[in-house]
Design a protein around this ligand. Sequence first.
Ligand SMILES: [Zn+2]
Length: 408
Amino acid sequence: MSEVAWTRCFQHGSTTCTIDLTEYYTNGAASGAWRDNIVKRVEEGMVRLETGLKNGGFKKGDYSIYSGTSGLALLYLRLSETLYTNNPTKRRQALDRALELITQPLNKLNGRRLTFLCGDGGVLALGAVLYTLCDNSAVARHCTQGLQTLSELALTDRLMSQELMYGCAGYLFALLFTKKYLPESIDSKLIARVATHIVAVGKEEAKCCSGATLLYTWHEKHYLGAAHGLAGILYTLLQSNTVSPAELTNTIAPSVNYLLSQRYPSNNLRSSLSSQLDQLVQWCHGSPGFVPLLTESHDQIPGGTYLQEAIRCATPIWQRGLLRKGHGLCHGTLGNAYAFLDMYQRTDDPTWLSKAVHFTEWSMSQRDVAKNYEKDMKLFDGLAGVIYLYCDMLEPKSAAFPGFQVPK
Ligand SMILES: [Zn+2]
């Protein structure tokens, strides 16, 4: 294990990162003491999550993936794909537990919210995948039909936002997640229709603002980051693979370039157009949620210097160091580790993986902070998300930020 002066890293930033990765990974997989440590933390964490669940660690009636019990079901699915992928008994147990956890949410759908992270979309998507993996295709089909029916709301509700957490991009993600696991189950034309709708709304809203090709409002602000803003919407559109070459060149590329123009001098992304304070460097607001859009743009948009820009935008994430808001995925240190993993996947530069290892080791070293987990179990702001990242550190090349990056 490396010795890192965390407080220095936190207070003043550090441009150096020294880890001998051969002590951590062999052929792309965690190995030796590092793997043993991750496995121990994951298994201890799962016990605590189950205890927390019995003791009211999840808010009663919250069935969302973001903060409710469906997030725990998603974590069990991830466990079955990572730690337990080669252990048929434990893999089966994890999937059975995930299925148990998703049953109640499926009976509590409310038909109002439709996104993957905060609404029925995520519950139905996860239900479809889990029932298929557990050999109940009839219920799975019921879930995929229900998910696709939600498109009526997405495409017709004029008050519906377009962002990832509560809007159409979050619904689009639910379709993409389901299609990834069950390619035949989701109509590709529906995915294209939802993507086209999101672009059309963005063009209309951009008419009010010179320089922007697409713009979206959430709670009367033009947000720019992953959770509520343009970066999250553009990234989901690119992941849908439905954007025509002409639309890529004429609409998506100018919008990515517009976001690049909305950075602070530090290369951190503004949280909204009106934001003046270079303060938030976290997945939901700031560069950590912008980096995957830039690396995806590098892959899909001809020309441009998106990979170099991604490197520039990822740099302040390390320089600013650890976050005061804890370990969580949404606005905590381990959410930022995913930006490093994305950079590692796209560049093969092990320095980025070292940075993700640093953040993970920091998280593992914080026993005092971990006490809070007794009350804080959520996937996006608690122990479930921490364990999710630990699972992804087992094979960093296949890591994907849950509810934001389509699984690999
Ligand atoms: Zn957040």
